[in-house]
Design a protein around this ligand. Structure first.
Ligand code: GRF
Length: 236
C-alpha cells in the first residue's frame, strides 16, 4: 500500500502528534509520519517524536526576518522529507496565505471545539460560559482564515453538570486523540477530499463509533471506494 508521507507541525505538548505517530505505527495505516517540525526548540513534543524514531526539526521564527521567510523554511523542510500531507497539531503560529495555498487540500488541523462554534483560543472556557450541553473537536482542511476551513470530521462529547474547564478539556482531548488519526486516515486514503471548498466523503462507514459520537464513523472493513483522481495527485 502507498502510505502518504506526512509531517506534523507542533508548538508544544504534542499529545495529538503522539496519537498520530501511534496510529501510523500500524503498517496498514494509510499515512506514515516522516517528520515533526516545531517552531519552538523546547517543545515537549519534539522529545517524544525523537524517542519514537521520527526525524525532528526546530524552525524558530526569530531566526527569520519575516513570516514569509519562516514559512518558506518550513516548506523547504517539508520538501526535504518528501512530505505529501501536513498535520497541524497544536501549531500556534498563523501561516502565510502563500504557504496555505500551496498545501491546500493537503494540510489539516485539529481544533478543540465543534466548529464553527468557538474559534480561536480558550474554547473550553467559552463553551462553559455559553452553557452548551455538547462540546467536542473538529478536524478541518486549513484555509487562510483561521479555524474556518472545510470540516473533515467531528467528535462530540457531553458537557456534564459539574464540569470545570479542566474536566471538559480532558474529555475533549481524549476525543481528539481518536478523531485526528481517523481524519488523517480518511484524507490519506482518498476517502475525504477537498473539492470546491467542501469535503467530499467516499466509501462506506461502519456506523460504529463506540462511546463517543464521531462523524463520519470509521470506515467499514468491507471493500470501499476512494477518490482515485485525488490519489493520483500524489504520484510524481
Ligand atoms: C489541542 O487541544 C488541539 O486541538 C489544539 O491545540 C491543542 C494541542 O495539544 N489545536 P497537543 O499539543 O496536541 O497536546
Amino acid at each position: 500500500m502507498d502510505r502518504k508521507r506526512t509531517s506534523i507541525l507542533i508548538s508544544g505538548r504534542g499529545s495529538n502528534m503522539a496519537a498520530l505517530i501511534a496510529a501510523a505505527a500500524e503498517p496498514s495505516f494509510p499515512a506514515e509520519i516522516v517528520s515533526v517540525i516545531s517552531n519552538d526548540a523546547e517543545a515537549n513534543g519534539l522529545k517524544m517524536a525523537a524517542q519514537n524514531g521520527i526525524p525532528t526539526r526546530a524552525i524558530a521564527y526569530k531566526d527569520y526576518s519575516s513570516r514569509e521567510e519562516h514559512d518558506a523554511a518550513i516548506d523547504a523542510a517539508l520538501g526535504e522529507s518528501g512530505s505529501e500531507l501536513v498535520c497541524l497539531a497544536g501549531y500556534m503560529r498563523r501561516l502565510t496565505p502563500g504557504f496555505v495555498e500551496k498545501w491546500s487540500g493537503r494540510m489539516i488541523n485539529i481544533h478543540p471545539a465543534l466548529l464553527p462554534a468557538f474559534k480561536g483560543l480558550y474554547t473550553h472556557a467559552a463553551a462553559l460560559a455559553a452553557g452548551v450541553r455538547i462540546h467536542g473537536c473538529t478536524v478541518h482542511f486549513v484555509t487562510a482564515e483561521v479555524d474556518a476551513g472545510p470540516i473533515i470530521a467531528q467528535a462530540a462529547v457531553p458537557v456534564l453538570a459539574d464540569d470545570d474547564e479542566a474536566g471538559i478539556a480532558a474529555r475533549v482531548l481524549k476525543a481528539e486523540h481518536r478523531l485526528y488519526p481517523l481524519a488523517l486516515s480518511l484524507v490519506a486514503s482518498g476517502r475525504a477530499v477537498l473539492r470546491g471548498g467542501r469535503v467530499m466523503h467516499y466509501g462506506r462507514n461502519s456506523g460504529d463509533t463506540g462511546d463517543v459520537l464521531i462523524s463520519p464513523a470509521p470506515p467499514s472493513t468491507e471493500p470501499d471506494t476512494v477518490d482515485l483522481e485525488y490519489l493520483a495527485r500524489f504520484t510524481p
